[in-house]
Design a protein around this ligand. Structure first.
Ligand SMILES: [Cu+2]
Length: 139
């Protein structure tokens, strides 16, 4: 019995750490489209808001007939990336930008670590100028 109590005392701190481990959280799912099926040059929605300290799964889809970029270097620097998943790959480590082919999908798992407001745009020639821009806010 005393041995069991000792074992519990040893395990309790580990259980506490597990609860605080961000990689074990259920992510908050947010979806954004890069372009539209009728080829409009915009992000849907164009405004994204996140909170520091929460784990997010940002689902990026490209329903349009051409490739697009999800570009926001300020945002990319203000989050800790756990991984990016695509149908064929899982990428670990820092991410700066994501390019999606027509019909493509990627899931970006990250935790915002710094508040701020960041411009989002597609860096293909002419797309930013045509209105393929958005705003990302981290509170
Ligand atoms: Cu584009």
């Amino acid at each position: 019995m005393r041995r069991l109590a000792c074992l519990l005392l040893l395990l309790l701190p580990a259980l506490g750490w597990a609860a605080g481990d961000l990689s074990q959280q259920e992510p908050v799912v947010v979806e954004v489209q890069l372009g539209t099926a009728d080829n409009a040059l915009r992000f849907v929605p164009g405004t994204l808001t996140f909170e520091t300290g929460k784990l997010y799964k940002l689902v990026l889809r490209n329903p349009s007939p051409q490739k697009h970029y999800f570009t926001s270097l300020g945002f990319a620097a203000a989050v800790w990336t756990r991984k990016v998943e695509t149908p064929d790959a899982e990428i670990k480590g820092a991410i700066r930008e994501i390019e999606l082919l027509p019909g493509g999908k990627a899931e970006w798992y990250f935790v915002p670590v710094q508040a701020g407001t960041f411009e989002l745009y597609c860096h293909r020639p002419g797309h930013r100028e045509a209105g393929m821009v958005g705003t990302i806010t981290i509170r």
